[in-house]
Design a protein around this ligand. Sequence first.
Ligand SMILES: O=C(O)C1=C[C@@H](OP(=O)(O)O)[C@@H](O)[C@H](O)C1
Ligand SMILES: C=C(OP(=O)(O)O)C(=O)O
Length: 429
Amino acid sequence: MTTNTITAVKQGLNGTIRVPGDKSISHRAVMFGAIADGVTTVEGFLNGEDCLSTIACFKKLGVNITQDEEHVKIEGKGWDGLVEPSNILDVGNSGTTTRLMLGILATRPFHSVMIGDDSIAKRPMSRVVDPLREMGAEIDGRANGNFTPLSVRGGNTKGIDFTSKVASAQVKSAILLAGLQSAGTTSVTEPALSRDHTERMLEAYGVEVKREGLKVSVKGGQSLKASHIVVPGDISSAAFFLVAGSIVPNSQITLTGVGLNPTRSGIIDVLKKMGASLTVSNEKVVSGEPIADLTIETSSLKGIEIGGDLIPRLIDEIPVIAVLASQAEGKTVIKDAEELKVKETNRIDTVVSELKKLGASIEATEDGMIIEGSRGLKGATVNSYGDHRIGMAMAIAGLITEGQVDIERSEAIAVSYPSFFEHIDRLTK
Ligand SMILES: O=C(O)C1=C[C@@H](OP(=O)(O)O)[C@@H](O)[C@H](O)C1
Ligand SMILES: C=C(OP(=O)(O)O)C(=O)O
């Protein structure tokens, strides 16, 4: 177990950083490259543990994948290039790897077994297993296939018209991926729009995707053509420094090349609504995804209400938004966020318990939390509980506490942001 200590930075955080590549896009670039025909190259890939789990799984599925400083190279041989793995596929801590790979394996005519860590073992998989079974895949696992270890025997699948109860890009992507190799058309309708990287990237790999409001459809029998993917900076990683720049006195931070896909940019809406000083510049589009440079400065903030369709657009940022809200004038209410309960930890419980240790006024609700802001925070020992985003949210809080914050199990941060502490150091020099 690693413990990291953070102390307040009186002089502020100042400078320019490039946050690591987007996790969702990095996973997809490798998976889609693995089932495409030809050599795919990926630039700006996130070397976080989750994406490395994806690479390791697809190597076991027979795909040649190599990496140097600049690129990941994936030698795809089409859908039929995937072969029965001779050993277990280890997804580590990654929900995205588990669910999207289930969608791919659902149509492959061989047997495979997936396991992950203790956190993955608690995350619900029925949301993808049930519709994939309905399509014809044979999937089993603990609790009738809701939990890992899971086994899959794919093949002979047919398309479905599926309505999802949750706005989840992992559910949507798994079913669409299976649909690409199933008979007929497959459609997924969601209650609110979740991140649309799969739809955008499938098009970059030459696949036809039809979108009508909240419904996405693909026709079966489609193959993918190799591509060159440039991965934007991860807005979910940038969020930690957007919050730090807003709440640490005397700060001005520029984050370059951050992905600003509208299905992911809810944190920008929240910062603006709370009164943060944020400038967006140098906007462009790379590999079908909008990116820009973001500059944030210390400012006074006010509490707001966050709920509804905004939630899927900022779901992973809620732990650090709670830290932001603790420094805003008045009350912040976060609602409609039940999905937080099924992430790497129950993020309603872990955010509330750890921020309370620092003296924040925060209470859990059934579907979110309520934070009374403008309270000075104090030092304490907190725990990430193995959840990277909880570890980083606590580190950002530690930049403004009276007394030091010790973050236990901080090694989890390498799941999505291996250079996180280096970036804090760089901005304080
Ligand atoms: O598709 C993706 O890359 C992701 C989708 C989201 O999960 P859900 O699909 O469960 O909402 C998000 O929380 C996760 O970090 C990454
Ligand atoms: C929920 C997350 O990831 P995953 O579902 O891929 O484990 C996350 O990164 O916050």
